[in-house]
Design a protein. Sequence first.
Length: 424
Amino acid sequence: MAAQINSADGEIQEVNQIVTVTDNNGLIDTGNVAFTGFADLTTIANSIDTAQSIVTSNLAADITFFEFDWTKTSLVDIDGFLIGEDIFASDPFVITGKTAPLVAHPNIELDRDCTASACREVISMENFGPIGLYGIGMHLASADSNSDAFVSNRENLFVRVNQGGTLVRTSNGGSEITGGTTVARFSPPSTGSGNTWVAAQIDASNGEITEINKVLDIDGQTDINLQGFSELTELANRIDTIQSIVNETLDVTIGALLEFNWSSSSLIDLDAHLNGPSTSSSAPIFHVFFGDTGGSIEGAEHINDCTGSCKSEVISINSFNQGSLYRASLHNFTERNSTTSTSFSDNREDIFFKITQGGSIQRGSNGSAIITGGTDIIKLSPPSSGVGNTWIAANIDPSTGQVQIVNKVVNFANSSSVTGVVSE
């Protein structure tokens, strides 16, 4: 079955599934495919758990509308949401009708917060920047962690991504979009429980829409209230998507700045490490850290060694050597002799790693160093689980500038052995 077409509005909905047609007795029908009416077609579509992404494509630069539709249900006060981080906002933002935006965004806004049943909401986005990642979905404040509201209403809940069109206000306090082009349309999955349905993610760099389609519970909260980067990352981790909020390619011709920051945590003596291809044939991999600060020979330099209250370290890459991958890691020197440490997952909300281009290094009186300004290529928190004394954050391919998320916690015998090569 390739697709179905709604004659009321001409909408083409992708099904794209191979199925077995049975007769009225449940036996395989070896004769002609015969549908006696729409109900039969719907039954087959539902039985194969049709693709929740009805139409998939890439977004262009036109204005984009996200329409959240629960008009065919009795559910009350659903909140459509758009979460993300991009070059226009310095911190992760959440656009939803239930809470004021954590961070103002110049290009995104909710039209109306509809608290009625059988309603729609619309979030509009004027344009996408060159870097950014976004998630869209629905949240039901009245639901709990065991709720099946999304699954039981899956045939009547929709998130639609539309380019162009006209925003129209509805009489029950909501909004809808008419006209334009429907680029993607999603319905909830057939399994899952919780108060939040995450439909899809959108990569601003290429306009690609990727279906996620998971139902989960956001920490038993009654509202979507992600108070910063770590909780946004946690949401991404829990739905098995990428851990980085922005995952891009850097310009290898201008170098980069790498910052590990644990200033909000109770941890003290952590150490930033960078491994990369060496210019020396006798040492194919260089290792820049507090024991070898590097410099002009390898084009990378460890800027500061934090052993007390400063709780942030920066490594600069002034030029990239070609060869193997670069790898950035954070080692817990305090627990260097431990093989059972959970310090990174336990403190994940208070630790981050970022790669920045075009920024500057700001020194603190306590010996700290942080990156200010510039463009964040990635920003990442440790994973929610893992045992070990070292967090391997990310790799950089020096030939392409592509950043590869690793986000694993492992063990190394000591600081000198943090080479990025892990013995399992």
